[in-house]
Design a protein around this ligand. Structure first.
Ligand code: UD1
Ligand code: CA
Length: 451
């Protein structure tokens, strides 16, 4: 059985934030969220998150997808693991990760478990030119790990060691919990260091294995906002690479921002300065032109989106949207539609083949097939207290600058004259016109100009 303990109780002082460290987002998802998703993908059956600072925000976010244990006060990484003793009778292996390492990948988690198959403990290490604040790995003659020395406790020779502790461990679970209580806090920070387990296991004649990873950045720990920016850049690059290898053209990956859970099919092309967030799903042959923002959207095959914002909405096959349009709040646009310049749709169903090309607001509406909206149409859906729906049936023609005062129903193939303020429903095949007759005052134009 595979279990995991995620250490997430620390304050993250160097973030200088009211938000607890592990809740800081990387590509729009809290760091702890990335880690839990990858653990689940790797087939880890029990995940215990050690919470402390910001415990409530972590619990609200992860909800009942994991188990929690509270560490109060926070006396070090070893002390944090001691709080996870609900796992103490569990068989199998337990991976220990830090909640501030958001970039770890599923395959790496699997490799760590495999590396520990025949060992009591495996430490994941990396080789760095400058070991900075990381704990240093001291190896014995047989090449096994003898001890880990925290940077603050290092002699100058130890500080020169290039192999560092990434903070990721894997233990035979029983061995971990049988020996954990032997950790003492006799060190520079007077903390209970998890890293002391290495020497404790040595003294019991257990060898401690090391797994050295080559992509150090994947295992980076985020301690301040500079690290956070690095983690964002790593994640962005990693996600874009995956999509490009899957057949998506990303013209400028440096300036394309796609969240981790977004799905995109092949032969879609994404121009620069595009943001695709949340659980957006994009089909094949889609073109997304610059400056578009999509969140929790469903974009079907062959759609073109130009400089537009689409949130919580669906766009059907071969429809084009924009430039400068905004679809939101459960709008569903069917196939072969044209949504043009400066158009806003809110909570609206828009039938196939319908068009709305310029400067229009359609809210709380049900629009049939092959309906044409002229320029500057407004559904007046809100009377200051309540929202009302507008219904426009198949084939209707809505002239430019029409106001539809909801609730109102426009029948099949009905015609609304330009400039009308429509307050009553119009039956199928009829015309609604609501505007005053024009007068001509002969010569008044010239007279006025010369006044
Ligand atoms: C730790 C390691 C160090 C390693 C580095 C890798 C120890 C003693 N040191 O140092 O060898 O190179 O990670 O990033 O293990 N936490 C708790 N409760 C606590 C203390 C920490 O939950 O009482 C959590 C923090 O929230 C954080 C993680 O443990 O997610 C690591 O703690 P941090 O203080 O960042 O450890 P480092 O000093 O980076
Ligand atoms: Ca850290």
């Amino acid at each position: 059985m595979r279990s995991a303990i995620v250490l997430a109780a620390g304050k993250g002082t160097r973030m200088k934030s009211t938000l607890c460290k592990v809740m800081h987002p990387v590509m729009n998802k809290p760091m702890i969220g990335h880690i839990v998703d990858r653990l689940k993908e790797a087939g880890v059956s029990r995940i215990v998150v050690v919470v402390g600072h910001g415990a409530e925000s972590v619990k609200t976010y992860l909800h009942d997808s994991v188990e929690y244990t509270l560490q109060e006060p926070q006396l070090g990484t070893g002390h944090a693991v001691m709080q996870a003793n609900m796992l103490k009778d569990t068989d199998g292996d337990t991976i220990i990760l830090c909640g501030d390492g958001p970039c770890i990948q599923t395959e790496t988690i699997q490799k760590v478990f495999e590396a520990n198959k025949d060992h009591a403990c495996t430490v994941v290490t990396a080789v760095l030119e400058d070991g900075k604040r990381y704990g240093r790995i001291v190896r014995n003659e047989q090449g096994f790990v003898e001890k880990i020395v925290e940077a603050k406790d290092c002699s100058s020779e130890e500080l020169a060691i290039k192999e560092i502790n990434t903070g990721i461990f894997c233990f035979k679970n029983k061995v971990l919990f049988e020996n954990l209580s032997e950790i003492k806090n006799e060190n520079a920070q007077q903390e209970y260091y998890l890293t002391d387990m290495v020497e404790i296991l040595q003294s019991k004649d257990e060898v401690v294995n090391a797994l050295t990873v080559s992509d150090v950045d994947e295992l980076m720990g985020v301690n301040d906002r500079l690290d956070l920016a690095k983690a964002n850049a790593w994640m962005k690059h990693h996600i874009n690479t995956k999509h490009m290898l899957n057949g998506v053209t990303i013209i400028d990956p440096e300036h394309t921002y796609i969240d981790v859970d977004v799905q995109i099919k092949e032969d879609t092309t994404i121009y620069p300065n595009v943001y695709i967030q949340g659980n957006t799903v994009i089909g094949s042959g889609v073109t997304i032109l610059p400056n578009s923002f999509l969140k929790d959207a469903v974009i079907e095959d062959g759609v073109t989106i130009d400089s537009s914002k689409i949130v919580d909405s669906t766009v059907g096959t071969h429809t084009s949207v924009g430039p400068m349009s905004h679809l939101r709040n459960h709008t569903v646009v069917a196939q072969d539609c044209r949504i043009g310049n400066f158009v806003e749709f809110k909570n609206t169903n828009f039938g196939s083949g319908s068009k709305c090309a310029h400067l229009t607001y359609i809210g709380d509406s049900d629009v049939g097939k092959k309906v044409n909206f002229g320029c500057g149409v407004v559904t007046v859906n809100y009377d200051g207290k309540h929202k009302h729906r507008t219904t426009v049936k198949d084939g209707a023609f809505i002239g430019s600058n029409v106001n539809l005062i909801a609730p109102v129903i426009i029948g099949e193939n009905a015609l609304l004259a330009a400039g009308s303020t429509i307050t009553q429903s119009v039956k199928a095949g009829d015309m609604g016109i609501a505007r005053s007759h024009q007068e001509i005052k002969k010569g008044y134009g010239t007279k006025y100009k010369n006044k």
